[in-house]
Design a protein around this ligand. Structure first.
Ligand code: NDP
Length: 275
């Protein structure tokens, strides 16, 4: 079993981005809006800010109180849409219940939507047209590329069908000409679906739900899940029993760092497109 080392691949990507940023006359700018004080979200925003600084981006971290009104948040996004220093805008999800996340995302100018969640960018992904792509699935595609395995015609099973991971992930794999099965909480006989999977992407949010003996020998296993157990983080796959996989991503140190590096990659693309 070989490990797909997300830390290493992400570092290489950040180095590549930093080299491209150096000669630019203006630093690409990323604004991250954090609403409220959810500790996990605050940690993610901190990592994003740190990564921006490492590659030489201009970074704006905007904290808003949890009782911000819908209109005030939309006004802030509009301000950033019109700010020339800012190439990418990200609103850290989830948002408090009184805010309409879809409306917030749709208010971000599509050319600054570096999370790739705006319906225009999702539509482009569906049609396999160039556009800003959701970071986690795009990062997974970069990780798969490092294995050197040709995805064409491969059986891929994506477990999880959320708008931010599962669905765009399935579409990325389909665009790479793989054969894709998407599973959700109502899927009957999940282990049977995984039996013939050459590639498994787990994005569920249930600790160690996917057992090693559900995985085909020689498969590639990408574990997107991040689950906090008492003293550690674990994925959705039972890593210790999946030793017969050909390749596997660890948690932590797998998909997580690649999501952030891909956000930087998208911000640089947004900068180049806006120029
Ligand atoms: P969501 O809760 O939005 O979606 C979970 C999906 O899993 C849903 O489609 C749900 O089905 C499905 N599901 C739930 N239970 C089962 C089951 N028993 N069998 C099959 N499918 C099931 O989660 P996210 O997509 O936002 O995140 C998934 C995981 O990935 C989380 O652990 C999250 O922390 C992590 N994550 C990691 C990132 C990274 O950078 N590494 C980035 C984003 C997320 P249904 O549609 O029927 O409800």
């Amino acid at each position: 079993m070989k490990i797909i080392n997300g830390n290493k691949i992400a570092q290489a990507l950040r180095n590549k981005i930093a080299t491209k940023v150096k000669p630019l006359e203006r630093a690409p700018g990323l604004a991250v809006i954090l609403v409220g004080d959810d500790p996990a979200s605050a940690v993610y925003v901190h990592h994003k800010d740190k990564a921006c600084k490492e590659v030489g981006f201009y970074s704006e971290k905007i904290n808003k109180p949890s009782d911000i009104t819908q209109q005030a948040l939309l006004d802030e996004i509009t301000r950033l849409n019109n700010d020339d220093k800012i190439d990418g805008i990200l609103v850290q999800l989830p948002l408090p219940d009184h805010l309409d996340a879809s409306l917030v995302i749709e208010t971000i100018a599509p050319e600054k939507d570096v999370d790739g969640f705006h319906s225009e960018n999702i539509g482009k992904l569906m049609q396999n047209q160039p556009g800003l792509r959701p970071c986690t699935p795009k990062g997974v595609m970069s990780m798969l590329a490092t294995t050197g395995v040709d995805l064409v015609g491969k059986n891929c099973v994506v477990v999880g069908a959320s708008n931010i991971v599962g669905r765009p992930m399935a579409m990325e794999l389909l665009n790479a000409r793989a054969t894709v099965t998407i599973c959700n909480s109502k899927t009957i006989n999940l282990s049977g679906k995984l039996k013939n999977a050459d590639i498994v992407v787990a994005a569920v949010g249930r600790p160690k739900m996917i057992q090693g003996d559900w995985i085909k020998s020689g498969a590639i296993v990408i574990d997107v899940g991040i689950n906090r157990l008492e003293d550690k983080l674990v994925g959705d796959v039972d890593f210790d029993t999946a030793t017969h996989a050909a390749w596997i991503t660890p948690v932590p140190g797998g998909v997580g760092p690649m999501t952030i590096a891909t956000l930087l990659e998208n911000t640089l693309i947004a900068y180049q497109n806006r120029k």
